[in-house]
Design a protein around this ligand. Sequence first.
Ligand SMILES: C[S@@+](CC[C@H](N)C(=O)[O-])C[C@H]1O[C@@H](n2cnc3c(N)ncnc32)[C@H](O)[C@@H]1O
Length: 262
Amino acid sequence: MNTVGDFIKSGSIDIVPILTLVLRKSVASLISHSDYQLNNIEITKLNELVDKRAKGVPFAYLNNKKGFYHLEFIVTEATLIPRPETELLVDIALEILDKDSNYEIVDLGTGSGVIAVTLADIRPNWNLTATDLSVFALEVAKKNKTKDINFLHGYWLDAVGEKKFDMIVCNPPYIAEKDPHLKELTFEPISALTSGTDGLDDIKAIIKKAPEHLNKNGYLLLEHGHDQQAEVVKLLRKDFNNIKRFNDYSNIERAVLAKVKK
Ligand SMILES: C[S@@+](CC[C@H](N)C(=O)[O-])C[C@H]1O[C@@H](n2cnc3c(N)ncnc32)[C@H](O)[C@@H]1O
């Protein structure tokens, strides 16, 4: 009653990936050895993970890993689990910036480091800075780096002192504090998710401070919520031009790129 096959038949949520985690075997190997009898230590570990998953803990927090772009990132309960739609920000930066230039780029609110680490990995000649208000998130991001990155702790652009950049990129918290969808996100840090009553407090703070931290013709690249694009564009108009809007791969309005008026 305690074979791999028995557990698979139980139909528990994510039982196959949980079995791969506990037994350190591939899915193919599990299936071809479905009569393997788990020992007591393995059963205890498996039940613990099955219980956590049943309570809603995301699988990424069980194996502490999440893929983003071509890399695998450590994630912990101090970091947001990186979302595939955030890969759009990386695509936009790679598309519009010259691959051979030595740009200064900052990723604000880096979390697990996905944006900064991916850009630094693909374009090692770009100088990446990554910030976060959470020292715990910064510790995780540091472990994820594959190339040199300057990590700074602090409130948005206050963290960088006088420094100026060719691009500021940010996936900020943008969910409204009373958004009903928050009920589905209770395991992720609230400080990575919500931003005031309309979800725009942090975006407003970043747009306000960005011009003084951008070089001539520098870019601000922001991810935002599905219903925020028009408002974000409006907020950008005072100090930015060449405003471009982007939809994510589910065709949902998701990002804005703007060039500072300087
Ligand atoms: C939506 S998460 C994005 C994390 C990561 N960049 C990603 O895309 O997966 C927002 C991040 O901003 C950080 N953050 C929240 N408020 C901040 C602030 N005032 N200053 C700097 N970082 C902040 C959070 O700790 C969190 O890591």
